[in-house]
Design a protein around this ligand. Structure first.
Ligand SMILES: [Zn+2]
Length: 308
């Protein structure tokens, strides 16, 4: 048991080292990071940066700007500069998809411009408390008051602006316990946050309510809401569509079932990883943020009855 726990710690340790290292590199290289805009509809854009920290969706128009996620503190100035190129109007609303640093890091700066930060109620809870992440060997302090969501919702909130009906909703815990999905009804664009990583194995925040089963359930509820023309914005990775989202959830289901079967056979985490439960998908999904063994370890921990 002790051995098993040590292994779990080492997997988590390398995950965290990777995350910290990535964010450190990212902060350092901000001078070179470029923010690009891809037009999805007449007044909706997907903004991505060359630092690989994910996507933002922006709605523009006479009523002002609505943006999704503020990304990292170090890049928010560039993000706001790009938005200013797209619209002369101020940012009125920033919808936050979940509490992670690479989605909320610019909240304070965006809020200081006068925009209202909006999120699921659990995002405010998660951001407002200190996370004593023993496993990460790190304490994450509460966010400043101004960075916290000014407005929170429980199930759904709709914005009527810029000729759009913008439906922001929470189904259940998936990537975290406070995920928001945003559907731009008229333009047929959906912004998924980190429920969806396109072309790379997803991080699942098992320490704030996330689970692979939750992710699968949420995506299976979203698929019938969209059609083959819907533009799907993943939290990380290139612009996508319904077919690719379907492939993503199919991949999650097979890997979940493979890991679960190996666990039922009584295999330890090391044995599960050695059995390569992700192998059929590694060519396409295993070259990103989480390599195959780390993702298999994460799914094992997620499906374990007790979290380390
Ligand atoms: Zn995340």
């Amino acid at each position: 048991m002790l051995m098993k726990r040590r292994n779990i710690f080492s997997i988590i340790g390398s995950l965290v080292t990777f995350l910290v290292f990535t964010s450190f590199l990212y902060a350092k290289e901000q001078a070179e990071v470029q923010v690009g805009a891809e037009k999805l509809a007449k007044n909706i854009y997907m903004l991505s940066d060359s630092g690989g920290m994910g996507n933002t969706t922006v709605l523009t128009g006479d009523d002002g700007v609505l943006m999704i996620d503020t990304k990292v503190e170090a890049s928010v100035d560039k993000l706001l500069a790009k938005i200013a190129e797209l619209s002369e109007k101020p940012v009125r609303f920033a919808v936050i998809t979940h509490w992670h640093f690479d989605h909320t890091g610019g909240n304070e700066k965006v809020a200081k411009t006068g925009a209202a930060i909006i999120a699921h109620e659990n995002v405010r809870k998660q951001m407002g408390i200190e996370h004593d992440m023993k496993i990460f060997n790190e304490k994450v302090p509460p966010a400043s008051e101004i960075a916290l969501p000014l407005l929170t919702y429980k199930n759904e909130i709709t914005f009527h602006m810029d000729g759009e009906e913008v439906r922001v909703f929470h189904l259940e815990s998936g990537h975290t316990d406070g995920d928001s999905v945003t559907f731009f009804k008229n333009a047929n664009v959906i912004s998924m946050g980190d429920l969806y990583f396109e072309g790379l194995y997803p991080y699942i925040c098992i320490y704030s309510g996330g689970s692979i089963n939750g992710m699968i359930k949420v995506i299976n509820q979203i698929l019938p809401m969209i059609d083959e023309n819907t533009k799907v914005v993943p939290g990380h990775g290139p612009l996508s569509n319904k077919d690719k989202l379907q492939q993503y959830v199919s991949m999650l289901i097979v890997i979940r079932d493979n890991v679960s079967r190996l666990m039922q056979e009584g295999k330890t985490m090391d044995e599960v990883i050695a059995a390569k439960p992700t192998q059929a998908f590694d060519e396409k999904w295993g070259k990103g943020f989480l390599p195959p063994d780390k993702f298999a370890g994460l799914v094992y921990m997620d499906l374990s009855p007790e979290l380390p």
